[in-house]
Design a protein around this ligand. Structure first.
Ligand code: FES
Length: 166
């Protein structure tokens, strides 16, 4: 299957582009498809690098600047690669007063990255979040869909990370 991208990226042999093109073809002609195509692209690629946005722009006839504006405006989109596991440390008020900053410091030290970054091995992305809605468990973190509450002992963190390293 040949794609019709004109942006000089090597898309024809990459199954991710083939999958994205198939999705675009399935929704082409519908109103306002940019958002859903960007969502699909993020699901397929894990993030939205510029070459993917160029590919989308060429294939749905929406200016690259417009796609870039959408992808940087909505927090659900990311332009940098995300780790296999997402760590969210709640910095809402209840968690903050119960010592969330100590959790941040420990994760930063363990993973050797700053908040917002991804480890070199691509395993973890570290983020601070707003209230996760379970303040009674403060301080709270989430790793992917797993919630860890009452995390008062920062020394538990290496063991928690090991569960995701296996
Ligand atoms: S403030 Fe952390 S869960 Fe609400």
């Amino acid at each position: 299957m040949q794609n019709e991208c004109k942006c000089n990226c090597n898309t024809a042999d990459d199954p991710r582009y083939v999958e994205l093109k198939a999705y675009i073809d399935s929704v082409k002609g519908n109103e306002g498809i940019a958002m859903s195509v960007l969502q699909e692209a993020q699901t397929i690629f894990g993030y939205l690098p510029l070459e993917v946005q160029k590919f989308i722009s060429q294939n749905i006839d929406v200016p690259l600047a417009e796609l870039y504006g959408v992808s940087t405006f909505y927090s659900q989109f990311t332009l940098t690669p995300r780790g296999k596991h997402h760590i969210g440390i709640c910095l809402g008020t209840a968690c903050y007063v119960r010592g969330a900053q100590k959790l941040v410091d420990k994760f930063v030290a363990e993973l050797k990255i700053a908040v917002g970054e991804t480890t070199e091995d691509g395993l973890f992305t570290l983020d601070a979040t707003r209230c996760l809605g379970c303040c009674g468990l403060a301080p709270v973190i989430m790793i992917d869909e797993d919630v860890y509450g009452k995390l008062d002992d920062v020394d538990a963190i290496p063991g928690i990370l090991d569960k995701y390293r296996g």
